[in-house]
Design a protein around this ligand. Structure first.
Ligand code: CP
Ligand code: NVA
Length: 310
């Protein structure tokens, strides 16, 4: 396994391209072994605490199953049941959980909360989605692209839609691995400026491009990879109607993907809304790899857990 013992996984900004590559390689090995019915018991006797303030299908199930496959155990912790939900400080929660479990995974709207938890925890803290980032998703996306295209460097990728958490992590992942990333959003829904600045710096060092545009056609023109995500993320549900209006023209559909390379692949982190950010024809079509992408969450998370837990 890649060795990142004791490291937190809050954002891919903290990882070098070599470290990301090592995680992908470890995920590929674990995947190949699992397909042969082998599950190395790398985390026998270890426990993962999973705090979910928001809903989840993929993240929860893949982390829990991943721990089981590696010989360890995962605990699903809801804030409805934890004392944190009744106001116990994050610091005390972090300190106490660190005395029981070997790593903490957390999904919450607030990136600051995860950072505070990580600051006080004595075990690795893994970000399972915040308002800013979704690093485990981006690693699964990279693995999926690598499987389909064999190489990452030099590819053109397009993210079309909301400049959200998934867009941020995808931009970071692309810049780190030397892929060009075009991000098409409506005005007012651009990715966060600070994140863009950091991504631009990384892209300079890997000789790749970061382009923000309001023109989806420019973004997907000759693209190898087209990625989209929901228009209204968790926490923004009440903006749904306004966003449907703002995002008109940003649907990934047959007309739009016709501008991409013939062998483009379609990514979506899921859950998806057919008829909104993507047409059924595209997401259910032959160039969509969304279920491989979802499966790969399991393999990359096993790689992350095996690498970070002491
Ligand atoms: N893609 C993703 O993180 O899915 P869940 O919200 O179901 O975990
Ligand atoms: N951007 C979405 C991703 C869900 C996995 C959200 O934050 O709700």
């Amino acid at each position: 396994a890649a060795s990142l013992q004791g490291r937190d996984v809050l954002t891919l900004l903290d990882f070098s391209p070599e470290e990301i590559y090592a995680l992908l390689q470890s995920a590929e090995e674990l995947k190949a072994q699992q397909k042969e019915g082998k599950c190395p018991q790398l985390l026998a006797g270890k426990s993962l605490g999973m705090i979910f303030e928001n809903s989840s299908t993929r993240t929860r199930v893949s982390f829990e199953v991943g721990m089981t496959q590696l010989g360890g155990h995962a605990l699903f912790l809801s804030p409805r049941d934890l004392q944190i939900g009744r106001g116990e400080p994050i610091k005390d929660t972090a300190k106490v959980l660190s005395r029981y479990v070997d790593a903490i995974m957390v999904r919450t709207n607030s990136h600051e909360k995860v950072a505070e938890l990580a600051e006080h925890a004595d075990v690795p803290v893994i970000n399972a989605l915040t308002d800013w980032y979704h690093p485990c998703q981006a690693l699964a996306d990279l693995l999926t692209v690598k499987e389909q295209k064999e190489t990452l460097k030099g590819l053109k990728t397009a993210f079309v839609g909301d400049g959200n958490n998934v867009a941020h992590s995808w931009m970071i992942a692309c810049a780190k691995m030397g892929m060009d990333v075009y991000v098409a959003t409506p005005s007012g829904y651009e990715p966060n400026e600070e994140v863009v600045k950091e991504v631009e710096e990384i892209a300079t060092s890997t000789n790749s491009k970061v382009v923000l545009t309001q023109d989806p056609v420019e973004a997907v023109k000759d693209a190898d990879v087209i990625y989209t995500d929901v228009w209204a993320s968790m926490g923004y549900e009440e903006e749904q109607t306004r966003r449907e209006e703002s995002f008109k023209g940003f649907q990934v559909n047959s007309d739009l993907v016709n501008n991409a390379k013939d062998d483009y692949i379609f990514l979506h982190c899921l859950p998806a809304h057919r008829g909104e950010e993507v047409s059924a024809e595209v997401i259910d079509g032959p160039q969509s790899v969304v279920y491989d992408e979802a499966e790969n969450r399991l393999h990359v998370q096993k790689a992350i857990l095996a690498a970070t837990i002491k």
